[in-house]
Design a protein around this ligand. Structure first.
Ligand code: SF4
Length: 121
């Protein structure tokens, strides 16, 4: 099973240390990834961003990813919207509905479960 994660461009940028949390949660099968506990074949094949505010290009980004992967015989079976998108996207309703309408695969809202509570405590 091939899993892709779409993150928030405002948070993720081009390189993001925060992606470590998605990868750690996936390897530990925690958060929204706990559903893959009994699926050792599940693997993350892509982490990409939404394309930026105001959520006008997540569908284009999905198409770009599919175009990039298909010559290698790879595909996405499940798409997770990152915890950054789920918790912080100001255009979440628009983004989620656009993604759900066009993804053609299961879309899950959320990824890692690690949210800091007391940043300066
Ligand atoms: S549209 Fe939402 S997820 Fe995308 S960059 Fe803007 S706030 Fe982040």
């Amino acid at each position: 099973m091939n899993i892709a994660i779409m993150g928030c461009k405002e948070i993720k940028d081009e390189t993001c240390i925060g992606c470590q949390r998605c990868l750690t949660a996936f390897h530990r099968r925690e958060g929204e990834f706990s559903r893959y506990k009994d699926q050792p074949d599940a693997r993350i094949v892509a982490i990409f961003h939404c394309g930026g505010c105001p959520a006008t290009s997540p569908v284009l980004r999905m198409k770009q990813l599919q175009t990039w992967m298909s010559p290698m015989g790879e595909r996405v079976d499940v798409l997770h919207l990152g915890t950054c998108v789920k918790n912080h996207c100001a255009y979440k309703d628009t983004l989620v509905s656009a993604v759900r309408n066009k993804a053609g695969v299961e879309v899950i809202e959320g990824s890692h479960p690690y949210l800091p509570k007391d940043i300066f405590a």
